[in-house]
Design a protein. Structure first.
Length: 703
């Protein structure tokens, strides 16, 4: 049955073809349902009216005040023309300024008349002004039907706001509601709603957009969060049940010569207690008869790669091949070199396959994995190409899983008729409660110890004014024989500007650290693979003292002699990215440093991020804070861009109590009706499908 909410947004009054295209491009809103689920991110109280003398400099929230227009004026010409109205309320004076729609507004303003003014205050030389405010006559404002007074503020973009105005999305939602209110289908069974005290879906959607009271707004938010998190839980728990019912995992009963030789003679340092525990957990999985699906978390430098290699050797001992998929060419080459070095002289053949592999290397790798003569294959997303066919793939390691999409992992999984064991490794710490809930279909292992002899990295925050001090410190470290990273941000929207920053930075450092005393190298994503490799080789071999790079070096680059990480424009990075970058140093026994550079002016959130970095090296604490600061919208993007669901309102960190309740509710309903085909469960079935992504992928097959 066609769903009315799937109709195009262009049919709503005030939208039309052009605005519909803009809404889709800017916010991904294409249908009536998309618009209905575009919730306000905060609310303002329209019953509160300020006096002008109560509005203080620094107030950035939307506010309203009343006042009489005492005069109007024009300035500038052409595109720079502006219209200004002066308003007085007896306590003070404010300027209302318009740069656009001047003809329209000048017809609606009458000197001597009193208006209700709504907008964002700003101050210039101590004088209050409001740019492009909404205004209406006092008579009209007070004749409106009294609602609760709470009005939603919707996220928008600069381009959309310039077309729709501050209140544009709210107006569209007002026009949308009468069209959709009789087409909203309930998703939760009556029994579940009664048990958990939930509003109907229709009432929840009405009160999220048009709150009738603060209490009804709270109930609406709870209901919609409950629904999102329940949908995720239904998907996760169904996947896990499906996987465990198959009982078709490869068995690795032997701990043979390859594993024992490596363990007894090749370990670079004794395993930490945490590493031993995780190897045991993986070993238990591989003799259970079930396919392993394990998430291995460990902070940067905790020794995850060594655990992965030992697990892959278990597969080799039992007659299987293993492969490791890394997110970047640099990291794949690094793993390949490390594995070759550690396995030298042992009867284990390792090969590499990446997008940049030369014809001969590619030919040999493809032939060797097809005939079984290659035991371990390291590579990038090139491993998922159809022509990559294994003889007997039994174990797959996916490094830094948030870099891979769901479909990519699904394709790797299908390289065998019988599913290989899968180990997903990430250094992006996921808070344990969140990991257990959002990744409930994975078993979770954590390496929570660093190898012995590592010193905690010292982190400091400098502003640009301290640059000379920074350069002096860099010279001291280079004199001690150490190496330094200088990293610049790379934000897709302004790549040209960012590369200019990087080039300017490279030139400035080359001037301040001139040849022949200092050698500076550069590394970024637009370089040819061979140039990037040469740049990395120079730095790893110690020929270069300083590497200027974009965050391309965030993942996995290992240079134990690098002891200083300078992060330029640190306020432009998220916490997890800052923590990843910091983890590129501190890999040897020497004291290492992370220096966060920024301008003087910082937003409150940016300041909190930089302070947190200076206070702790604990990736899990930082991950919790990151989720709190960034909110639900970025959870899936940060932790795993391939996650198959999108959170509109729930934040798993802040809503952990609702998470726990929905976990229990999902378990209870699936115990009684695993297929969700009983009468009254149609809505739950739809919910599960919505939060399991595309139908053609069997998510029980994906780590």
């Amino acid at each position: 049955m066609a769903n009315y909410l799937d109709n195009d947004i262009k049919f709503v009054a005030g939208v039309g073809e052009a605005r519909a295209r803009l809404l889709e491009k800017e916010l991904g809103i294409r249908t009536l349902g998309d618009m209905l689920c575009h919730y306000p991110f905060r609310y303002i109280d329209r019953t509160r009216i300020y006096r002008i003398d109560q509005i203080a400099e620094g107030d950035s929230a939307l506010i309203q005040f009343r006042g009489r227009i005492t005069g109007v004026s024009y300035a500038g010409a052409g595109r720079k023309r502006r219209f200004t109205a002066v308003v007085n309320d007896g306590s003070g004076v404010a300027e209302l300024v318009w740069f656009q729609g001047i003809k329209w507004i000048e017809k609606r303003i009458e000197v001597g008349r009193e208006y209700l003014i709504f907008g964002r205050p700003s101050f210039f030389k101590g004088e209050l002004s409001v740019v492009h405010p909404e205004i209406e006559t006092i008579e009209k404002a007070f004749s409106r039907k009294a609602e609760s007074g709470l009005q939603g503020i919707y996220s928008s973009t600069e381009r959309l706001s310039s077309v729709l105005g501050t209140k544009g999305i709210y107006t569209i939602v007002c026009n949308l509601w009468p069209m959709v209110r009789d087409h909203i289908r309930e998703t939760l069974p009556d029994r579940m709603r009664t048990r958990y005290g939930l509003l109907s879906l229709r009432d929840a959607l009405y009160n999220i957009h048009f709150p009738q009271s603060p209490e009804l707004l709270r109930q609406a938010q709870y209901r919609l969060k409950f629904e999102e998190l329940l949908g995720i839980q239904l998907g996760i728990q169904s996947r896990r049940t499906a996987r465990l019912s198959k009982n078709n995992g490869f068995l690795f009963p032997k701990v043979g010569g390859v594993f024992n030789t490596f363990f007894n003679t090749r370990l670079p340092f004794p395993l930490t207690g945490a590493q031993k525990r995780v190897v045991k957990e993986i070993r238990q999985d591989t003799i259970s008869g079930y396919q392993m699906n394990r998430l291995l978390q460990g902070d940067v430098g905790s020794g995850k790669t060594l655990v992965a290699l030992m697990s892959m050797l278990l597969a080799v001992d039992n007659g299987f091949q293993a492969c490791m998929m890394a997110p970047t060419e640099i990291l794949a080459r690094q793993h390949y070199a490390t594995f070759q070095r550690m396995l030298e002289g042992m009867d284990v053949r390792v090969a590499i396959l990446t997008g940049a592999s030369k014809a001969r290397e590619r030919r040999e790798a493809l032939a060797g994995i097809a005939d079984g003569s290659i035991d371990l294959l390291i590579g990038t997303h090139a491993l998922i190409e159809d022509r990559v066919q294994f003889s007997n793939l039994g174990f797959v390691v996916i490094d830094e899983q948030h870099r891979f999409g769901v479909e990519q992992r699904a394709r790797l999984w299908t390289k065998n008729e019988q599913p290989p064991h899968i180990l997903v490794m990430t250094a992006t710490p996921i808070p344990r409660t969140l990991a257990m809930t959002l990744y409930g279909d994975l078993d979770v292992s954590v390496i929570d110890e660093l190898p012995p002899g590592r010193q905690p990295i010292r982190t400091v925050h400098y502003t640009d004014a301290a640059r000379l001090r920074l350069f002096g410190f860099m010279r001291q470290e280079i004199k001690k024989g150490r190496q330094i990273y200088v990293v610049y941000p790379l934000i897709k929207e302004s790549e040209t500007m960012d590369y200019k920053d990087l080039q300017d930075g490279y030139e400035a450092i080359s001037r301040d650290f001139p040849l022949p005393e200092y050698v500076t190298t550069i590394c970024h994503g637009k370089m040819k693979p061979e140039d990037k490799e040469e740049s990395m080789r120079q730095f790893k071999s110690g020929e270069a003292n300083i590497m200027v790079a974009t965050s391309v070096i965030e993942v996995g680059v290992d240079v134990p002699n690098a002891t200083v990480m300078v992060i330029e424009s640190a306020e432009r990075f998220g916490l997890s990215q800052l923590h990843q970058l910091r983890g590129r140093v501190g890999r040897g026994s020497q004291q290492s440093y992370c220096i966060l550079m920024s301008g003087e002016k910082l937003s409150k959130e940016a300041r909190l991020r930089l302070e947190a970095m200076c206070e702790t090296n604990d990736g899990f604490r930082l991950a919790e804070l990151d989720l709190k600061l960034r909110g639900a919208g970025d959870v899936n993007g940060t932790l795993q861009s391939g996650m198959a669901f999108d959170l509109k309102i729930a934040n798993p960190t802040l809503d952990s109590q609702i998470l726990t309740v929905t976990r229990e509710a999902a378990a209870e309903v699936l115990t009684a009706d695993p297929t969700l085909t009983q009468n009254g469960h149609e809505g739950l079935r739809e919910l599960r499908k919505r939060y399991s992504g595309r139908e053609e992928i069997d998510f029980s097959q994906i780590s």
